[in-house]
Ligand binder design. Sequence first.
Ligand code: KIV
Ligand code: ZN
Length: 515
Amino acid sequence: MSRQIKLFDTTLRDGEQSPGASMTTPEKVRIAKQLEKLGVDIIEAGFAVSSPGDFDAITQIGECVSSSVICSLARATEKDILRAAEALKTARLKRIHTFIATSPIHMEHKLKMKPDEVIRRAVEAVKLARSLVDDVEFSCEDATRSETPFLKEIIAAAIEAGAATINIPDTVGYAIPFDYQRFVGEIADFVGGRAVVSVHCHNDLGLATANSLAAILGGAGQVECTINGLGERAGNASLEEIAMTLRVRKDLFGGADTRINSKEIYASSRLLAETCGIEPQPNKAIVGKNAFAHESGIHQDGVLKRRETYEIMSAEDIGLDRNRLTLGKLSGSHAFRQKLQELGFDPSEEEFKRAFDRFKELADRKKIVYDEDIRSLLTSESANVPAEFTLTHMQLTDCSGGVPISAVTIRRSNGEEVTDAAIGGGTIDAVFKAIDRVSGFSGQLLDYKVDAVSEGKDALARVLVKVVFDDEKPAVMGHGLNIDTMKASAEAYIGSLNSFLAMKDRLRKVSRSSV
Ligand code: KIV
Ligand code: ZN
């Protein structure tokens, strides 16, 4: 008999707390739609009270995701819970996830509260949340360093107050699988079906996935995790590792399984990596670049004779089909549309036209257009928001020992064109300074990454920048994709400026509507 484990994805909340992983609202919406397609049960879309950007993202995700539950995090305070409920107004299925720390060290030094007060606050928070939404989750932060009798007391009180899910996080990644299984088992026996027991594991000792799986054996009915294991410090438990372990080792998990459509795993991983510019390590299980690569002759020989000799799952199981046809300059719109479908993209007609034009431009300059090129093309296309500025011309003069000079022309959305030039310490510096001059904004570059999307000297350069404009935080990201690295850099910088302007505009509207 099968036992369904709920997957609670926190890529957009805990994942975004990973250094350098900030995403814009349109990017979060795209990821949320992909998570829905992947079959995630609950999407933690943000922490509503933490920033107007998080609030906005939760609201917009609620508007366009209907089959996954949308959740907002909230501390156990009235202000947080009211804000979470307000952000969730647009969602069809909604959950408030409220938490308070329960370990002696957190209660004494962080909260400066006595245990009785912590229980009182938890109960008030759960009751208030329940008066606003039907589905409430309560988390005992730092549960694995909490005293079990106290945990039981607060859990019983939270259930009594109306929490339907009780989460016992390993906040600091301290748990060890066999012990966590026993601990979760004890809590699950205590809860006895009055609520779903959930786990949330961090990877500080590299055990987040192992602990989550042990918890399932102990009786957990919900697992919290992120795509690519993204998250604070060493990250969270990785969704793809948990989902695939339950499939590959069904023999050991008594029929426990998730609703995940494993064929969407690779697309989800790529979308996240390209959006926030954090690549999974090459040897990362399931989604790393080398996860299905066999270098040694003995392995290659074995796999060719029979795949199962050295592979316990196939690349196709996660939606990575290495035998797909590549496209070239003779491929027409029909083949391109079919390719997008194969890769899991469902663009609007307008997005399709834009992507097809860019594909034709690319195919003219590049012999083979790989799946990875197309994936990047579509991700970068929709990662940058409506364009206030478009690059129309760029010229760069640089010779060894000389001074790099860049001239740039940009067009504003009202059709006006502006040209100016700048010198810089290096070529990128010159290009970005020229863009600052023509746009009238001043950007501070926090991060710059470039990599090749596929193989060959004619590979597309993918550039990601993170910039603060006019000293106004938060930083925004921009994506550029071009055979010419300098042009990709200019596109990325202008993309980040457009994102900054769109974000300001959107936040102005949000704050006006919540007055
Ligand atoms: O790690 C943690 O304890 C958390 C809680 C807010 C669930 O992220
Ligand atoms: Zn966490």
